[in-house]
Every structure is written in C-alpha cells, then in structure tokens.
Design a binder for this molecule. Sequence first.
Ligand code: NDP
Length: 377
Amino acid sequence: RSGAALTAQSARKVSAPTVSAISRRYINQDVRITRTGKPILTVAGGRSSLGGYTATVFGATGFLGRYIVNKLARSGCTVIVPYREEMAKRHLKVTGDLGRVVFLEMDLRNTPSIEESVRHSDIVYNLIGRDYPTKNFELEDVHVEGTERIVEAVAKYDIDRYVHVSSYNAHPEHPAEFFRTKGQGEQVARSIYPETTIVRPAPMYGREDRLLNSLAAQKSIVTSNWMQEKFRPVHVIDVATGLENMLHDDTTAAQTYELYGPKEYSMEELNTIVSKETYRQIRHINLPEKVAKPLFKYVNKALWWPIKSEPQVEREFYNQVIDPNAKTFKDLEIEPAELMSLTYEYLKSYRSEEYYDLAPMSEKEKREQKKYLHVID
Ligand code: NDP
C-alpha cells in the first residue's frame, strides 16, 4: 500500500468513534418515556446536563454504591443518597455537578425518612446489605425487614422502577443465614412490588473490595473449609454498568439477573494468585467449623470493629450455584472482565518492599559496584 493510503487509513481509525463512545453520547439524550408513561427530558452533555432521571441509591456509601452513584451522576441524573453517617458519604459529593448529588439522612427503622428518600425518584436502587450481624441489626433486620420498608415506600409513591441487589446463592430456604435472608428479601420485594428487578452479584472485586484486598492486606487468614469454596468473582465496575443499563432499559423490569465473572476460582486459587502478585506468602490457618462458629459469634459482638462472623464461616461451605433461569451479563450486552487481567492493577501496591523490578546483579557488577560513604552534617 502507498504511504498516502496508510495515512488516510490511520486517520480514519483515529477519528472513527468507538461503539461505546456512540452509545454513551446518545444514552441520555432527548425525551424519554418511563415505564409508566412519565416523560423525562434529558440533554446530552454529561455531568452538567439539565433534566435527566432522579435516582435514589440506598447503600450508596458501600463498595458497589460509589460506582453506581458515579455512573448516574456523571451522566446528568439527580442522585439521592440516603445516608446514616456524615463522614461515610463525603466522597460521593464530587461525582456529580453542583446540586446533583443530594444527601438525605435516613434510618432503616424510620419509615418517614425512607419515604422522604424515594418520593421524588424515577428509580430506586437498594444496595443495602451486611455480611455480619451487628449489635443493633441482625441479618434479617437488614435484608428482610429493611427491604420490606423500602419496597413499601416504593409502592406507596408509585415509583417507576425498583432494582434490588441481592446475592449469589440467594434462596429463602438456604441453610446459610446470609443467603437465606437475602432470598427472603427477594421474596418480600417481589410480593410487594412485582416489577422488582433482582440482581444477584457474585463476590465482587475492585479497588476497595473485601476479597483480594483482605487476602493481600493480612499476614495470615483464618478459614474453616480449607479454602475450598468455589465462585466466579465479578468486577465491581461491570456490576455497576449493569445497574446503569437497567435504568435505560425497561425490559429489565421484573427480571432476575445473576452477574458473575467468566471464570470459576476456589478461594485457594485466589490466595495463590494474590501471593504471586504481592510476592509474599500468606499464612493460612484452618479452624474447624465447630470451633470457628462459636468463637467468631462471640468475638464479633464483643469487638467494635468488623471481624469475621458466624454467617461468614457458614458461607465458606457453599460453592456458587448459578440459577439457569436467571439472565446474565450477556442479556445486558456486557462482556465481564477476567480477574487475572486486573489483579496487577489492584494488588501492585501490596508488593513487598523487598521486591524490585531490576534483574539481580551479576558477579561482575557486584565486584565493580562502587561503595560511597556519605558524611551528613
Ligand atoms: P457494603 O457492605 O460495602 O455496603 C453496604 C451498604 O449497606 C452500606 O452503604 C451500608 O451503610 C448499608 N447498610 C448496611 N447495614 C445498614 C443498616 N442497618 N441501615 C442502613 N444502611 C445499612 O456492600 P457492597 O457494596 O459490597 O455490596 C452491595 C450489595 O451487594 C449488598 O447488599 C451486599 O450484600 C451484596 N453483595 C455483595 C457482595 C460483595 O462481594 N461485595 C457479594 C454478594 C452480594 P453504612 O455505610 O452506613 O454502613
């Protein structure tokens, strides 16, 4: 090919917008009609757009919450963030333009505060969840009773869409308390608001996760199942993208989605990956279930910082089971990321200070290496 033809081709490559750029430009444009026929004026222009949807995100102060708030706010939506702790929500303020991220104080047992949070919204996301019981909230209080109050408010104010974030393996009769209460929460949500969109994420990883980070940050980990549980870790940003797409696609109403990564790993395999990436060995202690459950039950309530709990020990004994009837990332036109392509990015800061990138010195280099003696002051 001639040089001119090559230049013209590379110029075309540079100027041609990618598919994702096109969809992002038009995703929030023009008048949109919601499921119940309400017109929403949206103008392309990103975070400074006028109009747009109003979305309430319960549980926005958590790990997944920051990503979905960021995605909504930067596309010009007004985001209501119900919160319960002043300092926990500050980072969300800058995700949107001035006045676009609105904070409202809320308590899960205070129905008027929940109603206040949802009544002007077009969509409500419920991301509230806990891995462990606390002094004031058992898992049932958070996953079942809390859900009931939120969904009742959603139904009372006739909100267009309700998206409920549950968990992988959620089932109302599951032997493990966490999965059982998550399953019961789904049931309650669907019984009050049948158009509920249920999202069941696999264990999520990302910058602030409790999966890779908790392995990398500890010198030793305590488990009860010899790290044999298997699951399909999912990238948190893929889950947030899925949640954002649900706002723009009303066919996702009343559907159940299981969002999981492309490859299955056991906890042991993840531990090896983290050890390799951080260049250090993580010690593993296995406590039998009979010892671990009562021990963590007591310790978790006695200490005031989060530590492993009885329901977390229980969860170790169950692999992730995929519901064949549930929809997946494919139905949302998302290609989930592979964990191995991101571990370097997320774990490099944990590398031991003894490790450096240069090849070891040869004998000759060692002999010729000059030694300087510094005299300071
Ligand atoms: P986080 O634990 O990071 O965040 C949980 C959120 O729920 C926080 O905003 C927290 O508020 C809020 N919350 C918890 N208890 C209460 C309560 N009693 N009253 C009011 N708010 C409460 O969760 P993730 O972001 O990691 O996960 C989001 C959802 O996905 C959760 O429902 C979780 O159970 C589920 N999930 C997560 C998985 C994962 O790997 N992370 C795997 C499977 C499911 P505050 O900041 O005030 O404490």
